[in-house]
Write a protein that binds this ligand. Structure first.
Ligand SMILES: Cc1cc2nc3c(=O)[nH]c(=O)nc-3n(C[C@H](O)[C@H](O)[C@H](O)COP(=O)(O)OP(=O)(O)OC[C@H]3O[C@@H](n4cnc5c(N)ncnc54)[C@H](O)[C@@H]3O)c2cc1C
Length: 384
């Protein structure tokens, strides 16, 4: 016998109140495929609206691209595709509240830093100043801002950007989701979205099946591997390394040059990144590539020669054919997708969670999501 489920204490509970629990078959309101920063942030946003949410993760939550990321929150029209700029700016503005909430709820410091970024542009952009405003002028001479830079006379711009520690952020999101009652199934990949009369009824995994009338694919670089739709995501490999700065605060700002970028953390670590490679699902680092990145970092800041290498790694960004995310409802009623965040998924997590929670709840988003519509790829191809 079915029993209407009550969701206490949430003004939005009615949005999901048509969902019923069957005494024998456990049912969720929404299944989120993928426990990266996108899936976790969305699961929390849906849970806040009263939804009963299950996150299904093929490995361990938060161990893929969201673990590999640098954590720059880039909000710069020279580096962001124009169609994405409104979402990038909105998300950057949401960050202090987003990060603070996760940090406090989870008790995990996420190292949101506000020192800004020093950008050495591509030579062709130096004279154009395209996309840079008066605000982009350096607030002080380079030699004062970053005394250890090799060339304090090199043309540079300043951006009031923040950075965050993506590993800590993802851990905080995971803990927050659990504390708020999101359910998790780990070590089991979703293989197909199940349909009955053309509507979603749940998913099949490698080990079992789960039931929900709504499913959202947040599978990152692997999003295209779940039947019946093939989203055209592809893995774009990024290799990085981490130095332990000596002294601890040697570099204070994010520094971006065409060759390499540096992201300092408050614990004295410095991330050096990153390659952008088409290498399939290969996540191995290549010693010669790591050496090249290291050398480029030393060329920017010679005193980093005293800093030891702590770790190197590679991760797979979810790329798409037009370098824009895929966000929204698919042609299959009850099936949604939030993927393809490519180089900006950490930045875009708060706004993605917000707009997708609206879409999945049947509300209109205040943002124009047309450029990100799943349908732009000539309709989803049938799964082979
Ligand atoms: C080297 C590097 C540097 C980066 N730097 C930045 C940066 O500075 N700033 C920024 O904003 N972004 C950065 N990014 C990009 C950012 O990391 C990604 O855009 C973001 O992490 C994507 O999040 P996601 O949740 O979609 O993907 P992921 O974190 O990859 O999560 C997807 C999850 O889905 C799971 N999954 C996939 N398929 C299935 C399935 N069938 N069933 C169950 N689970 C499944 C995966 O195991 C994975 O855990 C960087 C990325 C890399 C690799």
């Amino acid at each position: 016998m079915a029993d209407a489920r009550m969701v206490a204490g949430c003004a939005c509970a009615h949005l999901f109140s048509s969902i019923f629990y069957n005494a024998r078959v456990k049912t969720w309101d929404v299944i989120v495929i993928g426990g990266g920063i996108i899936g976790l942030s969305l699961a929390i946003a849906l849970r806040k609206r009263g939804a009963k949410v299950l996150v299904v993760e093929r490995g361990e939550p938060g161990r893929e691209a969201s673990h590999a990321a640098g954590g720059m929150l880039v909000d710069c029209s020279v580096e962001t595709p124009p169609q994405l700029q409104p979402l990038a700016t909105a998300s950057a503005r949401m960050y202090p509240e987003f990060a603070y909430e996760l940090q406090v709820e989870a008790g995990v410091p996420v190292d949101l830093r506000e020192f800004g970024s020093i950008v050495f542009p591509q030579p062709e952009h130096v004279h154009e100043r395209a996309g840079f405003t008066l605000e982009s002028l350096l607030p002080a001479p380079l030699a004062e801002l970053e005394p250890e830079l090799a060339d304090p006379k090199r043309p540079a711009f300043f951006l009031k950007e923040r950075s965050v520690d993506p590993r800590a952020l993802t851990l905080a999101a995971l803990k927050t989701a659990k504390r708020r009652g999101v359910d998790f199934s780990s070590g089991d990949a979703a293989t197909a979205v199940n349909l009955s009369d053309g509507r979603v009824t749940g998913i099949t995994t490698t080990k079992t099946s789960f039931h929900a009338p709504k499913v959202v694919n947040c599978g990152g670089a692997w999003s295209g591997q779940v039947a019946p739709h093939v989203f055209p995501t592809r893995p774009v490999k990024g290799q990085m390394l981490c130095l332990v700065m000596s002294p601890r605060g040697l570099v204070k700002h994010v520094v971006r040059s065409p060759e390499v970028y540096l992201i300092p953390r408050s614990d004295g670590h410095l991330l050096v990144g990153a390659t952008v490679e088409e290498a399939g699902f290969d996540k191995r680092t290549v010693p010669a590539t790591i050496k090249r990145l290291h050398r480029a970092a030393l060329a920017l800041v010679p005193r980093l020669a005293d800093s030891r290498i702590l770790e190197d790694w590679a991760g797979l960004r979810p790329g798409t054919p037009d370098a824009l995310p895929i966000l929204g409802a698919t042609v299959t009623p009850g099936y949604y997708v939030a993927t393809g965040h490519f180089r900006d998924g950490i930045l875009l997590a708060p706004i993605t969670a917000q707009v997708m929670a609206h879409v999945i709840s049947g509300e209109k988003s205040e943002h124009n999501l047309a450029p990100f519509a799943p349908a732009r790829f000539a309709g989803p191809r049938a799964f082979p």
